[in-house]
Design a protein around this ligand. Structure first.
Ligand SMILES: N[C@@H](CCC(=O)N[C@@H](CS)C(=O)NCC(=O)O)C(=O)O
Length: 241
């Protein structure tokens, strides 16, 4: 049985994983859970799901039963999305999934310096994307957006300095954190198209990543999902564009 990646039918935390699966030419089933628009039928289904930026209240008009009806039945230690099932191996936590795939392809860094850089960037990207998601899911989105945009150049400057003149974030060899960084930086460019004008090395990094043979082929395929980045309750990129 091949690998199954389970996630909502959005880009979200699955994007970097899907990109890595494609880059490594790993056969996989992209199991996507949709959200229905019909009224809820079950009284027992929870109204709130826990997300990485806290509990997310689900409007009663949304039907998330495609996921909740199987959530506890998959044999996952900590049932969540995304999950990856590879035979007997059942993994949740997006970064654990990325590391699992990356270990198979020696994409976790080799030297101590590379590994430190990977550890830093993995966690830094998660912090930044959580801050971004909080803004995009907030009912105060219109108020928070200008503040976020004001702080964005400062955040990107740190990425730009960290990358320096390296080809990839850890060094000369591509590693799984490049997939995380690509996903986050690309979403920032979608949010603010001019954001890399003063950070040429970040723009070059995005271009280099997209020019990778397998990535470029994936981006041209019908499997590729540029958007929605977020769930339909978000205030930005909540539908396919
Ligand atoms: N730390 C986890 C966060 C997972 C998470 O928050 N998943 C959200 C979507 S981004 C979800 O809807 N999970 C389904 C659930 O809580 O039932 C990870 O990195 O995988």
């Amino acid at each position: 049985m091949g690998i199954i990646l389970g996630y909502w039918d959005i880009r979200g935390l699955a994007h970097a994983i899907r990109l890595l699966l494609e880059y490594t030419e790993t056969p996989y089933e992209d199991k996507q859970y949709g959200v229905g628009g019909e009224a809820r039928k079950s009284e027992t289904r929870p109204d709130v799901i826990q997300t990485r930026f806290g509990p997310l209240a689900i409007d009663p008009e949304y039907d998330i039963s495609q996921w909740t009806s199987v959530k506890e039945k998959l044999g996952l230690d900590f049932p969540n999305l995304p999950y990856l099932i590879d035979g007997e191996r059942k993994i949740t936590q997006s970064n654990a999934i990325l590391r699992y795939l990356a270990r198979k392809h020696k994409m976790c860094g080799e030297t101590e310096e590379e590994i430190i850089r990977i550890d830093i960037l993995e966690n830094q990207v998660m912090d930044f994307r959580m801050a971004f998601a909080k803004v995009c899911y907030s009912p105060d989105f219109e108020k928070l957006k200008p503040e976020y945009l004001e702080e964005l150049p400062g955040k990107l400057k740190l990425f730009s300095q960290f990358l320096g003149d390296r080809k990839w974030f850890a060094g000369n060899k591509i590693t799984y954190v490049d997939f995380l960084a690509y996903d986050f930086l690309d979403s920032q460019q979608m949010f603010e198209p001019k954001c890399f004008n003063q950070y040429k090395n970040l723009q070059d990094f995005l271009d280099r990543f997209e020019a990778l043979e397998k990535i470029s082929a994936y981006m041209k395929s019908s499997r590729f999902m540029k958007s929605p980045v977020f769930w339909r309750v978000a205030k930005w990129s909540n539908k396919k564009e």
